[in-house]
Design a protein around this ligand. Structure first.
Ligand code: SF4
Ligand code: SF4
Length: 439
């Protein structure tokens, strides 16, 4: 089979996946209080529909969507609402959260009878996904019902299941497919019902041939779905580069995948879609990889949203060595954490704890004009010049050489022999320009 890819990118010598690749998903049942931020997605924050002192059940909606581009939040345990108050979240910022005192009983709401997705209309599918509070679980957290409601649905000719999992260390998608691949494929089939002209593609990197073989077997009698191998290369799973690899269609920063006829969904989102449509259950849990050389027993865990990161770490045996660096997510695009007392949210994919902070070890030196950052950039940008314009606050020059097209993948910083903080500088300039445009 032809292996597809895109220009640039990197392949770290040690991708860290061996630590957890063979670790089966284990359920987490937190005992402590649960914290549910009202904003776990792109769009308007959810609005609380419970008050202090209310008893809630697992699966109960506790905050409703704050608009069309928003998503409701559900309790993942039974207990009593302790309050609605500002709490620290993964990014370090303070955000309004509903706090539930977990009674440890895990009493659930009465679930509706199961239904056959084949008998559901398009609007019933969208409604189920919206009610379930599903958001893109592979990155930014865009509400899924919005993504599945493009202006011109007839123009969608590809629905791509993003099974690339290109971030080093992460194996949660791999485990989900190996253990419950049929439910992931069922989620893709439900989306295909919304777009009758589309074909489904399950895109897998070629370092996961067992995963590709499993998926191929699951779709062997389905003429609408194919499995496509992709070259193992970061950031192969980034939406823009995945679409390019599969369809050869280029997407700019001002376009949505639907503008080039594509819908992309990640593995856990596809899983959640089946659960919502077939079983009427909301998004309550997600698979997370807890890993790194500082963790005693790295593994994959099924984690209720709202769980405290420190409690999650206990399931992996805690630290075996004191980490210099803790990241929520993968090492390339994750968020550095300085406090573990924050809740798991719908977009949390991993907890990575590293004994050494390799990036902080070196001081940046002068650019030696080697061009490696240019070669690695998947957007064909000139990162060295973009960072230079950022440091000199030259917004016009930055935009002229397409700085806003940067996907913040970190490849340029990774390859730079002068250890320059290219991605950080470019990101900072992008934030400034976007904030000015908003004003
Ligand atoms: S400039 Fe942006 S897109 Fe290009 S390699 Fe650097 S971070 Fe990635
Ligand atoms: S990789 Fe680093 S040293 Fe080489 S051109 Fe880019 S910024 Fe300069």
């Amino acid at each position: 089979m032809k292996v597809l890819t895109f220009h640039g990118g990197i392949h770290p010598a040690n991708d860290g996946k061996a630590l957890t690749k063979d670790k089966e998903i284990r359920p987490v049942r937190p005992k402590q209080e649960m914290v549910y931020p009202l904003s776990q997605h792109i769009g308007a924050p959810a609005k609380p529909i419970v008050a202090k002192g209310d008893r809630v059940l697992a699966g109960q909606m506790i905050a409703e969507a704050g608009g069309f581009v928003s998503a409701p939040v559900h309790s993942t345990v039974s207990g009593t609402v302790k309050g609605i108050e500002p709490r620290r979240t993964i990014s370090g910022s303070i955000s309004d959260c509903i706090i539930v005192d977990n009674d440890g009983l895990y009493e659930e709401v009465a679930w509706p009878p199961k239904r056959d997705p084949e008998s559901c209309s398009g609007s019933e599918i969208i409604e189920a996904i919206q009610k379930a509070g599903i958001v893109g679980m592979g990155g930014a957290g865009f509400p899924t019902h919005v993504k599945l409601s493009p202006k011109e649905p007839d123009k969608i000719d590809y629905v791509i299941g993003n099974c690339a999992e290109c971030e080093p260390y992460l194996t949660s998608d791999y485990r989900r497919i190996m253990e419950e691949g049929e439910k992931v494929v069922a989620g893709l089939r439900i989306i295909l019902k919304l777009f009758p002209k589309a074909r489904g593609v399950l895109a897998v990197e070629d370092n996961k041939l067992d995963c590709a073989a499993k998926l191929k077997n699951l779709v062997k009698d389905d003429p609408r779905i194919t499995v496509q191998l992709l070259k193992t290369k970061y950031p192969q799973g980034s939406e823009r580069h995945l679409i390019y690899a599969v369809t050869r269609r280029a997407l700019s920063s001002t376009q949505l995948p639907a503008d080039v006829g594509c819908i992309v969904q990640n593995v856990d989102t596809l899983y959640a879609i089946r659960l919502a449509v077939e079983e009427g259950k909301p998004l309550m849990r997600r698979v997370m990889t807890v890993t790194g050389d500082a963790v005693k027993e790295p593994g994959n865990f099924l984690v209720p949203i709202g769980t405290n990161y420190e409690e999650l770490l206990e399931y992996a045996g805690g630290f075996k060595k004191q980490p210099e660096k803790i990241i929520s997510g993968g090492p390339m695009m994750g968020i550095a954490m300085f406090d573990l007392h924050v809740p798991v949210v719908k977009t949390s994919s991993a907890l990575l704890c590293l004994v050494k902070d390799e990036a902080a070890k070196y001081e940046p030196t002068s650019c030696i004009h080697c061009g490696r950052c240019v070669e690695a950039c998947p957007e064909k940008l000139i990162p060295a010049r973009l960072a230079h314009f950022s440091l000199h606050n030259d917004k016009e020059a930055f935009q002229k050489i397409n700085g806003m097209e940067c996907v913040e993948c970190g490849c340029c910083s990774y390859v730079c022999p002068a250890r320059r903080h290219l991605t950080h500088d470019i990101k900072a300039m992008k934030r400034t320009i976007l904030a000015e445009r908003k004003r």
